[in-house]
Design a protein around this ligand. Structure first.
Ligand SMILES: CC(=O)SCCNC(=O)CCNC(=O)[C@H](O)C(C)(C)COP(=O)(O)OP(=O)(O)OC[C@H]1O[C@@H](n2cnc3c(N)ncnc32)[C@H](O)[C@@H]1OP(=O)(O)O
Ligand SMILES: CC(C)C(=O)C(=O)O
Length: 564
């Protein structure tokens, strides 16, 4: 980049706080949450929500468990005002949920805000004015004293109005653009406002310290919050609230560190909707707590429902890689991840610890209402572990470990040629084509066990079989005896058809999914060149499944020799 352009920017100054304590703190409980989806989120939409959408969003927020919801800026426009009226007149605000409204420190706006609240049981009135050096100079053209007077005048009017209404009013003040404000000045104006409102420990004020624009690394926001909490008078009369924006992509981290630094409350939005790069994402914050074993006191156990309502109301899309919620966040395409997840899921079935410990998956998808189905998806980056996972979890085929590399290579070839993701059905179809339906060489027409005797020790067990096998379109009857039907069939193939191979390994299991009465058999042979070939066969009769499986291996070997 052009070096000259760097001269336009300067580093953010650190906070002088050498004895900071927040790095040693651990978050052990959820903060008070306040959703600002209907105000900060809504004001950033290309098409702000209409009344129906606002109501649907409000009801979603209530279902999630928010107890404080900033429902708008009722003095700003008719629709914002009407929404307050709809909530109050329509009795849509459940007990225990407090609506919050935002206003500037301007007389007409404050009066209209109170008019909008008529009839509400309780409300938080949120006053703000900008305090940063930049806004003082450029927007307000006021010095520090005048900015304090503006805020204090607004606070006085709010108190007067609050004393005249039946609604129980709680107060909130934001020195807007706090992170662009000198800390001592932010403290001075907040204390001046608190002097007007006279909060008590039983009736505390909310002091909201917003990173209106995210300007620094998260540790500096945490330092600012710790500094503020340590220097303010009457700390016990205030709830310190955070309101981070995501301009540097660090809003979640900044909020977490600032909670460690002593804040009590968080304002944010679902999926981080909000001005520019958005507000802090409450879904991520809450589920980050959840994965540490801390109750988030918000319910995201049906995340898809939350996504659907959010997308419908805001007309925004949740990114496929959004933490905890994105379409792809519980999916591994790459081979080594799939292998590790497959092993982790299997280990989980065996452990009694009750702990969720699966590589690459920090949360159990089922805890947010997602299924395991999409954990592993197959494309050209995938490996044998992922393919085995799909065969097992989607279709109930537990491929023997030594069979997996061969089928993995088959899938790799198919996905390379296809150039796109393979669905689970395509994986299974490939398995069927490669192993179960590959009857182009030897094909079983009939199979009979003529005589069967077995003793306990299998020392003098004997079986005689007769089978009709179609070889290149021609039916051939073969017979032989052996110590079991499979052994007899091998001998019949060698003696009757002149085939040369050795049976190397054998596996079988019942198929529990789909066709519950069937079994699958997997057989590995070594051909005349000592090369290994796996086959598979499915049947209601396990012996027939093993015969089919042997023919499958022979056919695969023959097809390879034909190619050469
Ligand atoms: C960081 C945040 O998200 S803060 C919330 C921002 N949200 C919104 O602004 C959405 C809703 N706002 C609106 O619809 C409009 O801005 C309204 C209705 C509130 C006000 O509208 P208008 O008065 O017509 O216009 P506008 O917003 O441009 O007013 C700017 C004036 O308000 C002053 N002002 C801005 N913020 C404040 C404040 N918090 N307290 C007092 N005065 C303020 C400005 O200094 C400016 O004064 P000037 O006219 O003397 O230059
Ligand atoms: C009004 C304040 C809290 C705000 O939205 C911000 O600073 O981002």
């Amino acid at each position: 980049m052009d070096q000259e352009k760097l001269k336009k920017y300067r580093p953010y100054p650190p906070v002088r706080l050498t004895d900071r304590t927040w790095p040693d703190q651990v978050i052990t409980s959820a903060p008070i949450w306040c959703s600002v989806d209907l105000r900060d989120g809504n004001q950033a939409l290309i098409q702000p929500m209409n009344l129906e959408e606002k109501l649907e969003m409000f009801q979603l927020l209530v279902q999630i468990g928010f107890k404080e919801i900033e429902v708008g800026f009722p003095s700003a426009s008719q629709i914002e005002y009407d929404f307050l009226r709809l909530l109050i007149d329509g009795n849509h605000i459940p007990d225990g949920v407090v609506p919050q409204v935002l206003t500037q420190a301007r007389e007409q706006l404050i009066k209209k805000t109170f008019a909008s609240l008529k009839g509400a049981r309780e409300a938080i009135v949120h006053l703000y004015n900008s305090t940063s050096t930049l806004q003082r100079d450029v927007v307000f053209k006021m010095n520090r004293k005048e900015i304090i007077e503006l805020g204090v005048a607004g606070a006085r009017l709010i108190r007067e109005q609050a004393e005249r209404t039946e609604t129980r009013i709680r107060y909130e003040y934001s020195p807007e653009s706090f992170t662009g404000t000198e800390l001592d000045f932010a403290l001075e104006i907040c204390e001046a406002i608190m002097d007007v409102w006279e909060p008590t420990p039983a009736n505390p004020v909310i002091i909201n310290l917003p990173a209106t624009v995210e300007l620094s690394t998260p540790n500096i926001y945490a330092d600012q919050i710790e500094w503020f909490c340590r220097h303010m008078k009457n700390r016990d009369c205030a709830l310190i609230s955070l309101h981070a924006h995501n301009d540097r992509g660090e809003a979640v981290a900044a909020t977490e560190l600032a909670l460690m630094a002593g804040a009590d409350r968080v304002e944010g939005t679902l999926f981080g909707n909000g001005e520019r790069t958005g507000n802090v994402d409450i879904v991520t914050l809450a589920l980050n707590l959840f994965t540490q074993g801390v109750a988030p006191r918000l319910d995201f156990s049906r995340i898809n429902k939350v996504i659907n309502t959010y997308e419908r109301c805001t007309k925004m899309k949740v990114h496929p890689r959004h933490p905890y919620a994105g379409e792809l966040v519980y999916t591994a395409f790459s081979g080594s991840h799939q292998d590790a997840i497959n092993k982790g899921m299997t280990a989980l079935e065996l452990t009694e610890s009750g702990l969720w410990e699966v590589p690459y998956l920090p949360i159990d998808p089922q805890d947010v209402g997602r299924t395991y189905e999409s954990i592993i998806r197959i494309n050209s980056q995938s490996g044998k572990g992922g393919v085995a996972y799909i065969m097992d979890h989607e279709f109930g085929f537990k491929l023997p470990k030594d069979m997996r590399p061969g089928f993995g290579r088959v899938i790799q070839e198919v996905s390379d040629a296809y150039g796109d993701e393979l669905t689970a059905e395509m994986v299974f179809h490939t398995f069927e084509k490669e192993y179960l339906l590959n009857s182009n060489g030897y094909h079983l027409k009939s199979f009979n066990v003529l005589k069967r005797h077995f003793d306990r020790d299998e020392e003098s067990s004997i079986a005689e079989i007769e089978a009709m096998v179609v070889v290149k379109g021609e039916e051939k009857v073969i017979r032989a005896a052996g110590n079991g039907p499979l052994d007899a069939f091998c001998t019949a193939l060698r003696e009757g058809l002149g085939l040369r191979f050795v049976l190397h390994s054998y596996h079988e299991h019942a198929l529990t999914r789909g066709s519950s009465s069937k079994a699958v058999s997997y057989i590995e042979i070594l051909d005349q060149d000592d090369e290994s070939w796996w086959g598979a066969g499915v049947d209601t009769d396990i012996i027939v499944a093993s015969i089919k499986s042997l023919l499958s291996a022979l056919n695969r070997s023959a097809a390879k020799n034909k190619k050469e």
